[in-house]
Design a protein around this ligand. Sequence first.
Ligand code: SER
Length: 904
Amino acid sequence: METAEIRRRWLRFFQDNGHTVVPSAPLLYDDPNLLFVNAGMVPFKPYFLGQERPPYQRATSVQKCVRTLDIDEVGKTSRHGSFFQMNGNFSFGDYFKEGAIELAWELVTRSQAEGGFGLDEAKLWVTVFHDDDESIELWKRIAGLPDERIVRRGLADNYWHMGVPGPGGPCSEIYLDRGPEYGPDGGPEVDEDRFMEFWNLVFMQYELADVRSKVDFDIAGDLPAKNIDTGMGLERIASILQGVDNLYEIDEVYPVIARASELSGRRYGASHDDDVRLRVVADHVRTGLMLISDGVVPGNEGRGYVLRRILRRAVRAMRLLGVDAPSLPELLPVSRDAMAPSYPELQRSWGRISQLAYAEEESFRQTLRAGTQILDLAIADAREEAVREETTGGPVAGAPQLSGSKAFQLHDTYGFPIDLTLEMAAEQGVSVDEQGFRRLMAEQKAKAKADAKAKKTGHADVSIYRELADALGRSVEFTGYDQVASEARVAGLLVDGSSASHAREGDSVEIVLDRTPFYAEGGGQLADAGRIVLDGVVVEVDDVQKPLGDLIVHRARVVSGELTVGDHVQGLVDVQRRKAISRAHTATHMVHKAIREALGDTATQAGSENAPGRFRFDFNASAALPPSVLRDVEARVNALLADDLEVHAEVMSQAQAIEAGAMALFGEKYGDEVRVVSVGDWARELCGGTHAQRSGQLGVISLLGEASIGSGVRRVEALVGSDAYDYLAREHALVGQLTEVLKVRPEELPDRVGSILARLRDAEKEIATVRQQQVLAAAAGLASSARDVYGVSFVSHDAGEGVSADGLRTLVLDVRGRLPGDRPAVVAGTAVAKGRPVVVVATNDEARRWGVKAGELVREAAQVLGGGGGGKDDVAQGGGSDASRVREALARIEHVVGERVTGR
Ligand code: SER
């Protein structure tokens, strides 16, 4: 049975049983605790927790999910897929255990001819939470299961929660015995490959607070109602009904394996290692496809990083299979064709999806080329270091190792993934300090996370915001689309992250109002600032955020008086700031539209920031925007500003918005009403932000430039209104000054500056030649200045600033050539090139016979200079950072020469 048919049967069965069919939410669901939707119940969480009233009592869905925690297991076992779909049926305070078990048993065992899945009752087992006698009785009565096929299990297996605070409860799972060829008899306790779990019925009845691990958590209390949340892995049931071994072999996934096998010439099923790689390819290509489709863009943090990692792992697995040519153009369309029957949007957005994915592969290929060179150098260094330690008997004598910081640098600066570093170093017999690397990674991540969290949630715990939201009992009314001043009631206060009834003069406070004109940062628009006042009380608002759902929190300081919960106040938005931000926001929409006109619809928005008087806009494009296009975009928008188009907002259904040609963003809840902002009839976009009333209010915009901010993503930055004017006026004044100084007309400036630069370069070259000649002219004099150091002719000379390392080397060798060859001679020179000290030492044959080696002398000197270096016995070169110590370095060389000769 095809996967698409399984999905249809599922939805029909539950619809026939009184469930509302709810389309899958996007993978990027707005939940502060989750990177991606990872279970069918995620969009329903507020209903389970009683935070929102469910619009239905029974629902069913097939939800897209992504889990990447055990990504390293993908392909190795048959149970881990990074993207999967979860069939779910849900009851919100309606049926409970009995209803859930009846429905499940009916669908699973009803014959295929009658619309069921037709599994053989004799092969089904179930597990229940250890003290759940009620479920055991139900399974016996409803399904007629014998005692030996009902297994009691503990917390680790039969209790489900989200891994974070939220709803949870005991569960009961249904298993299929796949037969003796898969493993020993004895039920799920003995072998979970043979006995494969495919459906989890969760009896949601508790709210969990502190979740420390799967089995270690606190129960905060009962949920308002007893609910049902079930999840059947669509890929698992598909593998059962299609009679294949694992989820990689089902109709939605296998075509990619087949294509990868064709491209690589490696047969699936021939070698374990290759099979794992082929499965990784098939899984990751599909996950990448679905993530990009839902609006994720490859990047270096958060969701973007997960996507990047997934795509790169796929490409890397193909390379390990021996395919060096670009792979995604071959594989992604195959995955699209396999998934499109269930997800038609993959066809609609194909231009954007493929462009982003292919650009990411291309940039990874470049990374591989650049990083490989750097890595080779680092490995050579590690080897040399090891040899040195062997001669000096260092701590890990002879075992070459790449430091954690080098591996981190490769990762951080060159995007070179650690698994690649490990593998390529191992190929050359060099190990990597992986622990050191992980430590640095963890430090970096912790910092990034702390920064992000501090911004969003201030210092308070999310649960405190939940309490505030609960106390308010409904969402905050945002009045700011039409008003910049509103009356409101203080619904809650946090002082130092704890709930408070008063805030006094000088306090930093977070304030929840029942209604507010203040716009909270979101959708790329910065927060409003302003004041909250009442008789004798003034509070300065600096920031406004939505730390949880739609809860709007004002971060503020009490300037005078005392603010009390329940007070009736006035919220006064800083109008100038708001207007400047709104103008920037409207400008962003217009630039977005103009860029799309120029580049086509694949140039979709990838991020933006709208600030007072300026904005930046990120969009997907595989190449730089040529300056001429940038100028056209700027000219087009400025022309439309003068046309003074009306800007208006309308709330409509998603379908109407798409119909009206609105540029869609991602992450909107399906079926929701959306707000569409239009600039004239021209730019239409889904948007929750605030805007100018007419385009004429923007005055003028000026694009400052365009740059890459990651593979396939470009950024334009721009100024709006008086900021744009000030900028242009400054540039104009600058041109005026230059024409004055250079005595040419403005249009002649580039030529004039070019010719001045050329003359300057020539002059510099000439100076360098003259200086070099002077240095060499000194050689004869230096040779005659040789001193006797324990029988060695020793010359030392500091050539000073402006002599290059090469020049110094020539000088030192020249002086050595002038010294008599029948007695030992050492010449040491220093110079300061571009602010950094260099040292060069040369020895003759006789000196080396006496045991005096240039490489060693340079190392000693470089140490004094705070650097390193080395080389051969006859001539060596090094450098450092402390130019003030060159004399000391030369003295050190003389001292070591003495030590070597006298044997001390
Ligand atoms: N939430 C449960 C799970 O993810 C059942 O849907 O397994």
